[in-house]
Design a protein around this ligand. Structure first.
Ligand code: GLA
Length: 732
């Protein structure tokens, strides 16, 4: 396991500070500060997490706000500030006792790369041979902190990690409001906010094993003293970087504290850690703002683009994906036509979706072929190479769909390796979408997947994009690889197996874009995004619904990582009809693509699309790399609006998107005030993507002051529902 290393080796590289005397540690970013105190007893306290103070030591004035930096079950009740029994970790030792008492052995603060400060705290149990290393990494520029832990068993007997949250917040406010991002297939990442009342617990957890973000991406906003506002108020915003079962808990304690903890969910799967092994737990990511969730989002997005997602600073290509346009029904001539048309419209990449592989059990429908990653010679006699060549002739790039973690029982892989699937003895095999999940805890399975994918990519070095799908969850958590005693490790080992595969592939093929798709947004999580460049927001491509989903998930993920496609009307998933412009204007607020049969577009639609694609390419740097400002929420009104702002060579460029969701309030909308502009500068206003229904703003072509745009705002001339407007602003 890559995540399990002998701690002794890792420790040797650090020269550690002593933890015997009282000491102070302040991790500072541009505008926030996380402060720690080490007390004589060898206890580590987090005494402050908030806005950066002029005098860092003031963080220590109120000792009652100090909390143990990593409370165990043993010291859950220590000190007044920690007196309602909250803890992060609980371990069953080799002798069967539930017992862990950590003291700090040593620590070190260093700068791994400029702009980062890393504090590494080494704890040991006072009796048992167990060590815990807690790392906190501060990112100066983005104001984001990451925290994770490694647990090492130096004893002779296995121990069991029953609970181990990666991070926690213990804060005091007058009221506590928590926003989460729950959803379902076809309706992912709907943001909702609840007040957690005294004595209550709000919990968001997953136990589906794979594609866990489908029911809710593991992100959160904790707002103190009132509901989260865009531009004011104290909020903590963050996420757990984990693609497996997670647990986010917000407890409003009887003594009126908020204790929130964030970690892998081990309830179903306590982790058995054998002697001389280390388990690394997921990263908890958090940022603080006292200027509302708008600023907190921008901070998190900055962190994501700077390394939280793959290559977050390189603009993404526009593409056509074949799925909704062709499904499984294609042959070479049809794909050639799709590529020609895509290129002619100005798209930069063609992605062949499901249905291209397997021969003995051809993948002509979803009931066969998964696992057999060789091209279907009947459908594609010239192989993937032939398609890549046609793409090249048309001057567009080529990408392809895979679902390597799964197998259809009707496949050669299953015939050869029935033991490679996740299953329970004495129970029937249960299929979902006619498929089974491969046991990624097994290194032989990982190696098989790495080899198949590497053969595909090395054999076709011009493949520029992989859509990596994952279409089912784990119902029968049994492994033929893991020992009887370690069966419960499956959920964690599966995810680490997936990460190992991705790590190897991304390193070996650094120029390939990897999309994370999992029946839609099932892998919209920062664990997956460490290896992926983008995620498929949802299988539901209805632009009306997408406005809500993109709004929700956009609280955490930047537009560059959100794949959004223009599809046909009426929409396949909802049957709703929408104008082409509306579909474009929604998809253009993210990473724009197409997913339809281009041959079926009318000449007018092609003309509009070509122009809109050209305009998207011009605004792409602003949308994909700029700062997001949310202006009007679709959840609160019938007129949704957001904008992106980017500084380019000393001048600002901004793009505003506005959508009318219902005719009901069209006549009574008030001007939308823009944000993030320079009040003393003037901007050239250009309305984009204008269709036959005409312009929506009288400001088009005018020069307007930033003070007016932000103070007075823009009124849109709506005619009917499902109209939309895109405006480009250029600082003069
Ligand atoms: C999943 C994905 C879709 C498509 C199909 C192909 O459902 O979410 O986008 O790729 O698989 O089978």
């Amino acid at each position: 396991m890559t995540t399990q290393v002998l701690l002794a080796t890792a420790i040797a590289s650090l020269s550690l500070g002593s933890a015997s005397a009282d000491q102070k540690i302040d991790l500072k970013t541009k505008s926030s500060q996380m402060s720690f105190d080490i007390k004589n007893s060898g206890q580590l306290y987090r005494c402050y997490f908030g806005r950066k103070l002029a005098n860092q030591d003031d963080a220590r004035l109120n000792s009652s706000s100090s909390t143990l930096a990593y409370p165990t079950l043993w010291n859950a009740n220590e000190g007044w500030a920690n007196a309602s029994g909250e803890y992060n970790i609980s371990i069953t030792q080799g002798d069967g006792r539930v017992s862990l008492d950590l003291v700090l052995d040593s620590y070190k603060v260093r700068t791994p790369t400029p702009g980062q400060e890393l504090a590494v705290f080494e704890f040991r149990d006072t009796h048992y041979p167990v060590r815990v290393r807690l790392s906190v990494l501060a990112h100066e520029d983005s104001d984001v902190f990451e925290q994770w832990l490694e647990i090492t068993n130096n004893g002779k007997d296995a121990i069991t990690i029953d609970e181990a949250a990666s991070g926690h917040l213990k804060v005091k406010g007058t009221r506590y409001y928590v926003s989460t991002f729950s959803g379902t297939w076809g309706g992912e990442s709907f943001i909702s906010e609840e007040e957690v009342k005294q004595g209550n617990i709000l919990e968001r957890s997953s136990h589906t094993g794979t594609r866990t973000a489908q029911e809710g991406t593991p992100g959160f906003i904790l707002s103190l003293n009132g509901p989260a506002q865009e531009d004011e108020g104290e909020v903590f915003l963050g996420a757990l970087a984990w693609s497996g079962n997670y647990d986010l808990r917000f407890k409003h304690s009887p003594n009126h504290h908020m204790f929130a903890s964030f970690g892998a969910n081990l309830r179903q799967s306590p982790y058995r850690l054998e002697a001389d092994r280390t388990l690394t737990l997921p990263r908890w990511i958090v940022t603080y703002s006292d200027k509302g969730k708008g600023e907190a989002t921008r901070q998190l997005h900055r962190w994501a683009r700077a390394g939280g997602i793959q290559k977050g600073t390189s603009e993404r290509d526009t593409l056509l994906n074949s799925w909704e346009g062709a499904h499984f029904n294609f042959d070479e001539p049809l794909l050639h036509k799709m590529m020609e048309r895509s290129a002619d419209m100005g798209l930069e990449l063609f992605v062949l979706d499901d249905g291209w592989f397997a021969n003995k059990y051809p993948r002509n429908y979803d009931n066969a072929g998964l696992g057999d990653w060789t091209v279907n010679k009947k459908k594609l006699p010239n192989g993937v190479e032939g398609l890549v060549k046609v793409a090249k002739d048309n001057k567009i790039k080529f990408g392809i769909w895979v679902e390597p973690e799964m197998v259809n029982p009707k496949s050669e892989l299953y015939e050869t390796h029935p033991d490679w699937v996740i299953k329970l003895p004495h129970r029937p095999l249960r299929e979902e979408r006619s498929q089974l999940v491969l046991d990624l805890s097994n290194p032989a399975v990982q190696d098989y997947i790495i080899k198949c994918m590497d053969d595909l990519l090395s054999g076709n070095p011009e493949i520029a994009y992989i859509k990596w799908d994952c279409n089912r969850t784990v119902w029968d958590p049994g492994s033929t690889y893991l020992s009887d005693a370690n069966q419960k490790n499956l959920h964690v080992d599966y995810v680490n197996g997936y990460y190992r595969i991705m790590d190897e592939l991304v390193k070996k093929h650094p120029n390939v874009i990897f999309q994370a798709c999992a029946s839609g947004g099932g892998r919209a999580d920062f664990g997956a995004m460490k290896y992926h460049h983008e995620f498929w927001v949802s299988d539901n491509t209805d632009p009306y619904d997408r406005i809500f989903m993109q709004w929700g998930v956009g609280h955490l993920f930047p537009a560059i990582s959100m794949a959004s496609h223009v599809t046909v009307s009426p929409c396949h998933q909802t049957s709703r009809s929408t104008p082409l412009k509306f579909r474009f204007d929604v998809a253009s607020a993210a990473r724009l693509g197409f997913e339809l049969q281009p041959q079926n577009l009318t000449q007018d639609e092609v003309t509009f699309s070509k122009k809109a694609l050209t305009e998207y390419k011009r605004i792409r740097p602003v949308v994909q790399l700029g700062d997001l400002y949310r202006l009007r929420s679709p959840y609160d009104t019938k007129e949704a609006s957001l904008m992106y702002v980017k500084e380019e060579s000393g001048k600002q460029r901004a793009v505003v998107f506005a959508y009318l969701l219902s005719r009901l309030q069209a006549d009574s909308t008030s001007p939308i005030r823009l944000k993030g502009l320079k009040p003393d500068k003037r901007y050239k206003v250009t309305e984009l993507n204008v269709d036959h229904s005409g312009k929506r703003t009288f400001l088009d072509g005018k020069e307007v002051g930033g003070d007016y745009l932000m103070g007075n705002g823009i009124s849109f001339g709506w005619g009917k529902e499902l109209q939309s407007c895109v405006i480009e602003l250029q600082e003069i």
